[in-house]
Design a binder for this molecule. Structure first.
Ligand code: ADP
Ligand code: MG
Length: 370
């Protein structure tokens, strides 16, 4: 067992299955080539010393003093993982951890889960604690839920820790069963265009918690453990539920069905046909789940009008990114269409780039540390 090492964990894009993970449903993310890298060294004095190239200041705290609230700001994502591991009885001591991330912060590409996942891998491996990747994902999620205070589901951490190159990760968030489905667009002449709308995140935490409450309440009223279990159909929901809750249920139920259909199409190599399902997902998130903002809707509209096979917001919503399935030949046209649509409405200039499905978290000591 070595005392130090370099560890990397990627951000993610969710292809489909949005706001389904905390309803015990299905998600289908890919990992991005963008990673958070942590250079880690064990310390003998029981002190956690944290710094990041993307943040100012240094945080120092003894691991025995870790409790929720003791560390705030970005360092809480890292300290929270050490706290959660220790809570579950794993002997994690002091560490020096230097963070350097390429995943844009707060863009909906899950820099937070990448940070947690890299931390979890680093401190367990260098402490000789062997936990499987699913357990690491659960611990990272616990850190974000209980130490940072963000009630996220398990998707982001699972994508960062479990994803494989050129594959999408089909995850049943109830059983944690996974399937790696080939997702290689280039041979089909296709690509995944990402539009980071740069829309300021508004209301994110409060609205996210409100959607969770809506779903919880709806499940209670329908008498099912989670909305994933509702199989009573969607007609006539209005009699059992307030109108708003009915629409939340409709999103979750139809979104789970879309994940299953996309997975089937990908398994069958019928990639082009997933396009319309992506756009349907966006419409559902816009009208039934109400988590889009004008920037997201305008980007999707412009992309589809410019010939994208399908497009949708990805991530929690209220800002962040849109993805589009696009013919390689049409990337330029679609990008121009979005830039023009944004300029015409006075929105900030979005960032547009193409993504491939990359590998999950790994030890990366061979990477030169500069
Ligand atoms: P997302 O996960 O979509 O990027 P979040 O708001 O969930 O957005 O997480 C972003 C937060 O994660 C940042 O505000 C910061 O606290 C933390 N973070 C992510 N990457 C880094 C990094 N490289 N250095 C410091 N903090 C980071
Ligand atoms: Mg996050």
């Amino acid at each position: 067992m070595t005392r130090d090492g370099v560890f990397e964990a990627p951000g993610r894009i969710n292809l489909i299955g949005e706001h389904t993970d905390y309803n015990d449903g299905f998600v289908l993310p890919i990992a991005l080539p963008h990673v958070v890298r942590i250079t880690a060294a064990r310390r003998d004095d029981g002190v956690l010393r944290l710094s990041s190239r993307q943040a100012s200041g240094v945080t120092e705290i003894r691991v025995v003093d870790l409790v929720p609230g003791a560390v705030t700001g970005w360092a809480a994502y890292v300290a929270g993982v050490v706290w959660a591991l220790r809570e579950e009885g794993h002997p994690i001591g002091g560490f020096g951890l230097l963070v350097d991330g390429q995943v844009p912060l707060g863009a909906g590409l899950s820099s937070s889960a990448a940070l947690e996942s890299a931390t979890a891998l680093a401190v367990t491996e260098l402490s000789g604690v062997s936990l499987d990747r699913r357990s690491l994902a659960r611990i990272a999620q616990r850190a974000e839920n209980e130490f940072v205070g963000m009630p996220c589901g398990i998707m982001d951490q699972s994508a960062s820790l479990l994803a494989r190159e050129r594959h999408a990760l089909l995850l049943d968030t109830r059983s944690m069963e996974t399937e790696h489905i080939p997702f290689d667009l280039a041979p089909a002449g296709l690509t995944l265009l990402v539009v980071d709308t740069k829309a300021p995140h508004r209301l994110v935490d409060g609205e996210y918690a409100a959607r969770r409450r809506d779903c919880h309440r709806a499940a209670e009223l329908l008498g099912v453990p989670a909305l994933r279990d509702w199989d009573g159909g969607l007609d006539g929901l209005g009699q059992d539920l307030p109108e708003r809750l009915g629409r939340r249920v409709r999103h979750v139920v139809t979104e789970n069905a879309r994940v299953a259909r996309v997975a089937d199409l990908l398994r069958a190599g019928r990639i082009r046909e997933i396009g319309p399902l992506l756009t349907e997902s966006h419409v559902s998130l816009r009208d039934d789940y109400e988590v889009t903002v004008p920037e997201l809707d305008v980007a999707v509209e412009a992309l589809v009008a410019a010939g994208a096979l399908g497009a949708r917001m990805t991530g929690g919503g209220f800002g962040g990114c849109v993805i589009a399935l696009v013919e390689e030949m049409a990337v330029q046209e679609c990008t121009t269409a979005v830039l023009e649509a944004f300029a015409g409405r006075g929105f900030a200039r979005p960032d547009c780039w193409t993504a491939v499905a990359a590998a999950g978290a790994r030890r990366a000591d061979h990477v030169p540390v500069v």
